[in-house]
Design a protein around this ligand. Sequence first.
Ligand SMILES: *Cc1c(COP(=O)(O)O)cnc(C)c1O
Length: 363
Amino acid sequence: DGRRLLGFAGNDYLGLAAHPALREALLDAARRWGVGATAAHLLGGHRAPHAELEAALADWTGREAALLFATGYMANIGVLDALLSRGDICVQDRLNHASLLDGARLCGAVLRRYPHADADAAARRLTLRPGTAALLASDGVFSMDGDVAPLRALAAQARAAQATLLIDDAHGLGVSGPRGAGSVAAAGLDAGDVPVLIGTLGKALGTQGAFVAGPRALIEALAQFARAHVYSTAPPPAVAAATLAALHLARQGEDLRARLAARIAQLRAGAAALGLRLLPSQTPIQPLLLGAARTALAWSHALEQAGLYVPAIRPPTVPVGQARLRIVLSAAHGAEHVARLLDALAALRARADAAADPAIATP
Ligand SMILES: *Cc1c(COP(=O)(O)O)cnc(C)c1O
């Protein structure tokens, strides 16, 4: 409605979405390549910037090869559909992203979900019958909780069960690990441990799209058999060029990651001092658990009145009784921005404590 709000909602963790280098790369490439890719990858839509980006993503993540998809949602649908057939087993964390769950449902695999972050429970569901395949799939960093999957334990269990491990690192890439290579690299795991790595480009890289990285034979097979890749128009070459610029910044972005870490520490210390319950997360996703959906809505509304955009996340996105504010931090935030958020939260906390306003009272 024409008002400017300070945002704590987007997944632009490194502050690259509006970075001058990305704008320039996009404009330059648009002048050269035009806007649309005009066709699917296999029918002439695959241009030099796509090929360059795939090679750079493989190199960054320490994989042999990578394949682009138009979105992360389609990457997960496409990869699961290509790897699993009816009757194969797909074991997933209960809090996995919707696109992983939908991918398993659409391909007709037997979907078995395990309690959040419980690698032993995952192992119990990985029983293989002869002639079937088993795939274990987890988010690297969970999108609504901000916690990191027990990646080393999952890798060990997948190996023991001769199952394939797929990690969707949409929220870890660029943010954690050496040179920002993600939560899998941060856990000390390599391509042998996690043969199928999914990454999205619309979060820390600040652009749009997704990729799967892994052994060359797998990537070549996916290029032929992942229908979401084969039968969909390639993303604009200019977006691939802008993503390449983002990747260079993210790779060398230790200063950005240090800034982000400082904001995370500032928010957590400030919230603790206010007695507010942030979930135990060390990532830029810092959820404030409020319980009832109407409480979360009331807090979000009150913050908006104070000039801050922090959306309420409600069921069915999160379990009933676990509505929350999903506070997301970015290297683009300054200390003064986090201080403004903490001031507004302090005022709300005081109102809730005084019970002057039952709508915002926390349980
Ligand atoms: C955002 C997200 C996706 C979907 O990616 P899009 O490019 O937005 O379609 C997939 N998986 C996870 C874990 C995500 O957080």
